[in-house]
Ligand binder design. Sequence first.
Ligand SMILES: NC(=O)c1ccc[n+]([C@@H]2O[C@H](COP(=O)([O-])OP(=O)(O)OC[C@H]3O[C@@H](n4cnc5c(N)ncnc54)[C@H](O)[C@@H]3O)[C@@H](O)[C@H]2O)c1
Length: 277
Amino acid sequence: MRNLEGKTAFITGAADGIGFHSARALAKQGMNVMLADINAETLQQAVEVLKGEGFAVDGVVLDVAAREQWGAALDATLSAFDRVHFLLSNAGVSVIGGQQNIEEQEWRWIIDVNLMGVIYGCQVFAPHMKSHGEGGHIMNVASMAGLQGVEFASPYCATKAAVVSLSESWRSELAHSGIEVSVLCPGFAKTRIYDSYRNRQPQYGGPVYFDDLVKQKPSREASKEVVVTGVDVELIAERVVEGLLNNELYILTHPQFRQSQQTRFEMINTAFDRASD
Ligand SMILES: NC(=O)c1ccc[n+]([C@@H]2O[C@H](COP(=O)([O-])OP(=O)(O)OC[C@H]3O[C@@H](n4cnc5c(N)ncnc54)[C@H](O)[C@@H]3O)[C@@H](O)[C@H]2O)c1
């Protein structure tokens, strides 16, 4: 998408972190922005902050894991801004731990939010973008953890790998409908992702706040440390804008992970050599 002025973005998980800062960065480009989030209170605060800065924004409460809420979210956006050109499927949560210690309910939660939430977004917004004929772009937020499995983080890595795969598949599938697709794969950034359980819905066990989680599982403390020492979120938001303007398939933010990716490619290449022997 070359010209963002006057176009509309819809962002999930927009009340905080990467979603909020991307909303501000896109609004600075002249876009209207609909902020969607499961947390009505932080959503309202986020909308007020950006309105106070003079941006054309609005908000809608949306649990991305609830398929039945997506139609109303689209309708609210169309009432506010007429049509949508850019979907940033950003809402995500983190479940980590040894593979024997993850309860089924936690698997269901992370799959429903990180994977099904992205699927529902595409199901609802791609037909709308196709119908208005002005072109569209869907950017899904995965992670570096989606490009390589990491020990004691298999639920998070598995959902993010699926988001990479969906994005690659949809990129060629939706090109015929004038819709570009990309996938953002950040490394650690200073957000509240370590405190994801604050937003856990009742059907998956309800909210637990980080300090209480650490009391139950002291090893969780390390998950906060890596996030709070990550990059500033503004850097990720800048890459969102660049990746959108340049229609990049893989949008990366952390060059320090190049070596581990190269090692992975070399292992796959060597496996092909063995297949050809
Ligand atoms: N921060 C990092 O280090 C990092 C690295 C790589 C990828 N990511 C990804 O970036 C995305 C944004 O995370 P963040 O770091 O800004 O985290 P964050 O916790 O600061 O923000 C997440 C936002 O999503 C909302 N949310 C949670 N569950 C939701 C649901 N079911 N429906 C709608 N909204 C929901 C929260 O209320 C919050 O506003 C996630 O997909 C995450 O996996 C983050």
